[in-house]
Design a protein around this ligand. Structure first.
Ligand code: FMN
Length: 196
């Protein structure tokens, strides 16, 4: 059974103990989250686990994979105390219609943040050079809740896929991110608009 860590909500109003055992979390989605995963902490305050995930539009998925290829993805997390962190990521893929997998090879602060606060955001963009200028074609921000998996069939599958490309990557875990909000971040009239 895959191991998952879910931390507490960092909202300042939170007073409950961040690491009381909470029970079992079963996702609504398909893919690797069908199994029951142990949850080690109760998210107090807003029950963000209850926020429904969404079907990610194909054009957003495609933009993400292109951005990942060209290393234009920033992965943001936040500590329980509210300290933000963003790092570049370049490995992963979508595992179903609503879930993104990020491969933890070398995540440190990010990983710690996710263990205590299971929420993340990714910003990514697709650019091309035109007449000597770099022009952004599209860019999005996705936010969601996360679980960390160090074992299980999906973990093994993504580990094998990753190792097929880079034998030296440790693949310590996969972070599964259920997407709950998507925004347009391309500069212009629609900048910042929530699209889903
Ligand atoms: C272009 C690029 C892509 C990267 N992709 C990943 C990745 O997919 N997974 C990973 O674990 N680390 C990746 N890294 C390394 C992390 O960003 C790096 O270890 C970072 O220091 C982790 O920071 P943290 O301690 O704040 O989590 C990448 C680094 C770069 C520069």
């Amino acid at each position: 059974m895959a191991k998952a860590f879910v931390g507490s909500n960092p909202t300042p109003r939170t007073t409950a103990s961040p690491f009381s055992a909470w029970g079992v979390f079963k996702s609504r989605g398909g893919g690797g989250l069908q199994q029951h995963d142990k949850v080690y902490a109760k998210p107090s305050g807003i029950d963000f686990i209850g926020v429904p995930a969404m079907k990610i539009p194909e054009n957003v998925k495609t933009a993400y994979m292109v951005a990942l290829k060209y290393r234009r993805v920033s992965f943001g997390t936040c500590s329980k105390a509210g300290v933000p962190n963003t790092v570049p990521i370049g490995v992963g893929r979508f595992v179903d219609e609503e879930t993104l997998a990020v491969v933890d090879n070398y995540l440190n602060k990010s990983r710690k943040n996710l263990e205590e606060n299971p929420r993340a955001a990714v910003s990514f963009w697709v650019s091309e050079e035109k007449d000597g200028k770099v022009v952004t074609k599209e860019g999005y921000q996705m936010k969601g809740t996360t679980t960390i998996h160090e074992s299980g069939p999906l973990f093994e599958q993504i580990k094998a896929e990753t190792r097929a490309i880079r034998t030296d990557f440790p693949v310590r875990a996969i972070v599964l991110m259920k997407i709950q909000e998507i925004y347009d971040v391309k500069a212009g009239a629609d900048a910042g608009k929530r699209i889903l």
